[in-house]
Design a protein around this ligand. Sequence first.
Ligand SMILES: [Zn+2]
Length: 88
Amino acid sequence: MADNIADLILGGDPSTHLLQEAFAFDITLTKVRCAACNTVSCLGALAVDGGHLEALVKCADCGSNLMRATRTSRGCVLEMHSARHLYF
Ligand SMILES: [Zn+2]
């Protein structure tokens, strides 16, 4: 089993290039569609709440929790409960 995306790409599977493209973009330029109200917003324009251990992004229209990044003792976790799509 590969330890990271670079190991997968070196393995020659062309579908891994799509994953690399999906995770090698500038997140602030991404647009996100809210699953609750269908509003599309630029992620970089949305307010972020939290602190050193958590970042919470809410929909500017309905207030739903779009994304939550949490730092744990084992790494970072990204939850996207109310984000239907990311466009990049
Ligand atoms: Zn919304």
